[in-house]
Design a protein around this ligand. Structure first.
Ligand code: SF4
Length: 345
């Protein structure tokens, strides 16, 4: 028989001894809540990205912009460049919009889930997480890790994503009146380190006594996922051009759409049809031997890269600019820029 009170108690005891030390966290048991700015920043960075990837970005952002006021006052370009490599650039633009909205209304993040939900880029999960972790509100925080733990704890056989409302309702039954932030983080850590997608370490699990899927032997296969459709592949061309003074041809992409507002190499649109060679000016273009490949959430991308050295020319798109650090470019453009540099150093 499952004992919800015991599950909650065992989770908090386990979290007290096993919490991951993360830079945006206050350790368990410390009578202080986390800084809402740091919780918000970490949660936005962690959407679709791993804790290991986020670590250095979080360190740089909090060093350069230690408060929401500092971030709100930052140049858009500086923030987008610092975000480069984290992907999903709409998030970086919403990050700035959100920081400015918070500063415009007094400089404090709203304390309620509803207030937080009204801010740009904050969805139900992030609002619940900030309210619980930074303000101690008894909200129901449910991310992918927690969905997996719920599916196993209660042996839910409904496939995803149809099971989401059921899993959320089950998670709500466990939310405690006190220490809701620690409870949410305990579940996140359990999902990340013990109740992992493959090969859950049930022998090390603090709630195994109450786990229905463990008893039924169904845990590793849960939650049930409907097979994904294969991703389409889109193709395009990019052009790396270096002028005799060392300047490189770059463009700023349109504000809307993929990589919106980010700098990158000049190139064609991306389509599920073969790429066409339409260079921005006539030159001795050399084709790179291998295509530049990148995986986006909904499609794979293959870019044919051409590179050229040139004198004074007037490109049909973009402009020649001083060379940039490849790190300031979004990942796919970084790959193309580095490959272009190797071709025409
Ligand atoms: Fe997950 Fe196993 Fe713990 Fe159940 S006992 S919650 S399956 S790690």
């Amino acid at each position: 028989m499952q004992d919800l009170g015991r599950i909650g108690k065992n989770l908090l005891t386990w979290y007290g001894e096993n919490a991951r030390a993360l830079p945006w966290r206050v350790p368990p048991g410390v009578a202080m809540l986390a800084d809402p700015y740091r919780v918000w920043l970490s949660e936005i960075m962690l959407q679709q990205t791993t804790v290991a990837t986020v670590g250095p970005y979080f360190a740089e952002f909090t060093l350069r912009w230690p408060t929401v006021q500092a971030l709100a006052a930052a140049e858009d370009e500086a923030v987008l460049a610092a975000w480069a490599g984290l992907g999903y650039y709409a998030r970086a633009r919403n990050l700035l919009k959100c920081a400015r909205a918070v500063v415009a209304t007094g400089g404090a993040f709203p304390r309620s889930e509803a207030g937080l939900l009204g801010l740009p880029g904050i969805g139900p999960y992030t609002a619940a997480a900030i309210a619980a972790i930074a303000y101690g509100a008894s909200t129901n925080v449910v991310d992918g890790n927690i969905e997996r733990v719920m599916a196993r704890l209660f042996d839910v056989s409904t496939p995803m994503p149809a099971a989401k409302p059921q899993l959320k309702a089950l998670a709500a039954r466990l939310v405690p009146a006190a220490r809701a932030g620690d409870h949410a983080q305990a579940l996140m850590d359990l999902g990340a380190t013990v109740c992992t997608p493959r090969n859950p370490r049930c022998e090390a699990c603090p709630i195994r006594r109450d786990c229905t899927a463990l008893k039924a032997g169904t845990a590793p296969g849960l939650p049930i996922r409907t097979p994904k459709k294969p991703k389409p592949t889109r193709q395009g061309t990019v052009y790396f051009a270096v002028r005799s003074d060392g300047h490189v041809l770059l463009e700023t992409r349109p504000p809307k759409g993929l990589l919106g507002g980010m700098r990158g190499l000049v190139g064609s649109d991306w389509a599920e049809t073969p790429a066409v060679f339409t260079p921005p000016f006539a030159a001795d273009w050399q084709r790179h031997g291998e295509n530049i490949r990148h995986v986006f959430t909904h499609f794979n991308l293959e870019l044919t890269l051409y590179a050229a050295k040139t004198g004074r020319v007037s490109p049909s798109v973009g402009a020649f600019c001083p060379p940039v650090s490849p790190q300031s470019l979004p990942s796919v453009m970084r790959k193309a820029y580095i490959a272009g540099q190797a071709l025409v150093p």
